[in-house]
Design a protein around this ligand. Sequence first.
Ligand SMILES: [Fe+2]
Ligand SMILES: [Fe+2]
Length: 243
Amino acid sequence: MTNMKIVQISDIHCGSSMFDENLMKNTITQVNQIDPDVLILTGDLTMDGYHEEYRKAVSYIRKFKVKKKLIVPGNHDSRNVGWKLFEKMIGNPFKIIRMNKDIIICGADSTEPDLDDGQMGRYHTNKFRKIFAEDFRFKILAMHHHVISVPNSGREMNILRDAGDVLQMLVRSRVNLVLSGHKHMPHLWHFEGIKILTSTTTTTRRIRGMYPPSYNIITVGQHLKIERKEVLGKKLMLYNGAF
Ligand SMILES: [Fe+2]
Ligand SMILES: [Fe+2]
């Protein structure tokens, strides 16, 4: 049985006037100390998808000494033809990590060029249905957009356009964990056997209300443990129990 530790960071927004280098440096130091098996970055690496912003993001991402990285684009990254830069400078926006035929992590590109809306689309929903039909003990999907609304996110905008179909696929496929970013609102839903976890922005001051920049630590062993670590503050236990 594979034990695995994952760190999820999100919405680092290199190029934003509210990007905070101190938060980034602290995050890199802390994550390297945690030494996870996988680092997941759930999109919005940049502010407007520009080359200079991608270069800055890449230079920071390289400082994380984690062997396996799964990075998906956010709506900001697909602006101004940034989606092409993502493929060139980061890699395939649909990436799959399999850990000993035991745990599978799928990354999905939920973005549309120059739109804030997100969409999985029928092609990729069906593709993930087939992939998740394989016999894994623990299944994870990471994407930028929310598949379900979260509190404190104001007027509901741009959750996945096809959220209902994606949610049905996830439930029927017995996916265990869904990771998203986008609204900069940290939250954990328990929905039909799935843990739906969102992260706030890890390295900017573009926070909602009083939720400070943070990242998530996920431990998959006999049980599942989900913790939120405020970059400059405390660690909170969000869940510790059965899958
Ligand atoms: Fe964002
Ligand atoms: Fe976003």
